[in-house]
Design a protein around this ligand. Structure first.
Ligand code: NAP
Ligand code: F7E
Length: 320
C-alpha cells in the first residue's frame, strides 16, 4: 500500500513538531511548510529533520501553497501555522487577522483548487469561547472571543465549516484547549513559569514577573493533543471536536505546584506586573471532551501535576 502523505503548516512550532513525530511513527511521509527567515529556526525539529521534507511557503501567500500542494500531493493537510500569542494579537491585530484568520481561507482555497479530496484539519482554539457562555464549554457552546486572536480563530473556524458545507470537503475544526510541553514557547505563561522556577532554583534569576494569577485554564499535554488531530482526519465524516482534559486550574495553582516541586514557595518570588495584564481577559476555560472521548476514542494520558513537573524538570536540565 502507498504511504500516506501529510502536509503540516507550522511544523517548527510546538504542536507541529509533536505531530510530525507522531505521523512519522504512523508510517507517513511528512511534508513541513516553513516560512522564509534570515536565520533557521529548527530547534524543535532538528532531531527529525532528515526524516521530513521541508518546503517553503507562507500563509500570507496562496500561490506558494498551491505550488507546494501540486508538487507534493498530500492526502492530509494539518493547518497549525498561526500568530498564536494572544498578548501580541492586541498590539498587532491586523497582522494576526491576516495570518490566523485569512490565512485559513488561503490554504483552504489552495486545497480546493488543487484537490478538494484532501482531508483538512484546522487548529481552532478555546479562545473562541472567551467570555464563556456556559461551563464547561462544548461544541454547542456559543462563542464570545475576547482578543483579536480569538476573533481571528473564530473566522478560521467558520470558514472551515463553510468550505466543508459549500464544497463537500472533508474539513475538520479541532477546538483545542491550552496544551503545553517542554517545547512550549517561552512567552506563554506555563513555560515562562517553569523556566523561571529552574533559573531561580539554579541561582540565575531572583524573581518572576507575572500578570493575572487568577485566570483559570484547562491545561493538557501537547503530545496527547496531536493524537486527537490525527484521529479527526481518520473518521467516516468530517466534524468538529472539543479537545480538553475537563479540569481547570488557576495560574496561581500552576505557580504553587511548579515552585513547590523544587522546594520553593511561589509567594517569595512572584511579582505582579501590570504589563502582563490584557485589555480583555479570558477568566475561565474548562472544556467538555465527551464527544472526542466517545467518537474518537480519545483520552488524555498526562495529568496536570505530571505536566507541570515534567516541564520544570526539563527546564532544570536545559538551564544547567
Ligand atoms: P506555535 O508554537 O506558536 O507555532 C506556530 C507556527 O506557525 C510556527 O511554526 C510558525 O513558524 C508558524 N507560522 C506563523 N506564521 C506563519 C506564516 N505566515 N506562514 C507560515 N507559517 C507561519 O503554536 P502551537 O502552540 O504549536 O499551536 C499550533 C496551532 O494551534 C496554532 O494555530 C495555534 O493558534 C493553535 N492552538 C494552540 C493551542 C495551544 O494551547 N498550544 C490551543 C489551541 C489552538 P515560525 O517558527 O517561523 O515562527
Ligand atoms: O496565558 C495569564 C494570561 O499566554 C494564559 C495560546 O496557545 O492557549 C494559549 O493562549 C493565562 C492568561 O495562553 C502572564 O492573562 C498571567 O489568562 O499562556 P497564555 P492563552 O492566552 O491562554 C490558547 C488556547 C490558544 O489558542 C493560544 O494560541 O495566563 N497570565 N501572567 C500570563 N500570560 C502570559 N503569557 N504571561 C504572563 O506573564
Amino acid at each position: 500500500m502507498a504511504k500516506k502523505r501529510a502536509l503540516i503548516t507550522g511544523i517548527t512550532g510546538q504542536d507541529g513538531s509533536y505531530l510530525a513525530e507522531y505521523l512519522l511513527e504512523q508510517g507517513y511521509d511528512v511534508i513541513g511548510m516553513i516560512r522564509r527567515s534570515s536565520t533557521v529556526n529548527f530547534e524543535r525539529i532538528h532531531h527529525i529533520q532528515d526524516k521530513v521534507t521541508l518546503v517553503a511557503g507562507d500563509l500570507l501567500d496562496e500561490v506558494s501553497m498551491i505550488h507546494l500542494l501540486r508538487e507534493h500531493r498530500p492526502s492530509e493537510v494539518y493547518n497549525l501555522a498561526a500568530q498564536s500569542f494572544v498578548q501580541t494579537s492586541f498590539s498587532q491585530p491586523v497582522f494576526t487577522g491576516e495570518v490566523t484568520g485569512l490565512g485559513v481561507t488561503r490554504i483552504l482555497d489552495a486545497v480546493r483548487v488543487v484537490d478538494p479530496g484532501i482531508r483538512f484539519y484546522q487548529a481552532s482554539s478555546s479562545e473562541m469561547f472567551g467570555k464563556v457562555q456556559a461551563v464547561p464549554q462544548s461544541e454547542t457552546t456559543p462563542f464570545y472571543p475576547r482578543s483579536p486572536y480569538g476573533v481571528a480563530k473564530l473566522y478560521g473556524h467558520w470558514i472551515t465549516v463553510n468550505y466543508r458545507e459549500s464544497y463537500d470537503m472533508y474539513a475538520c475544526s479541532g477546538i483545542l484547549f491550552n496544551h503545553e510541553s517542554p517545547r512550549r514557547g517561552l512567552e506563554f505563561v506555563t513555560r515562562k513559569i517553569t523556566n523561571a522556577v529552574a533559573r531561580i532554583k539554579l541561582g540565575k534569576d531572583k524573581e518572576l514577573r507575572l500578570g493575572n494569577l487568577d485566570a483559570k485554564r484547562d491545561w493538557g499535554y501537547a503530545k496527547d493533543y496531536v493524537r486527537a488531530m490525527h484521529l479527526m482526519l481518520q473518521q467516516d465524516t468530517a466534524d468538529d471536536y472539543v479537545v480538553s482534559t475537563g479540569e481547570t486550574y488557576s495560574v496561581r495553582r500552576f505557580c504553587e505546584i511548579a515552585f513547590g516541586h523544587v522546594g520553593l514557595n511561589y509567594q517569595d518570588y512572584v511579582v505582579i506586573d501590570e504589563r502582563f495584564y490584557r485589555p480583555a481577559e479570558v477568566d475561565l476555560l474548562v472544556g467538555d471532551p465527551a464527544k472526542a472521548n466517545k467518537n474518537l476514542g480519545w483520552k488524555p494520558e498526562v495529568t496536570f501535576e505530571q505536566l507541570v513537573t515534567m516541564m520544570v524538570d526539563s527546564d532544570l536540565q536545559a538551564n544547567k
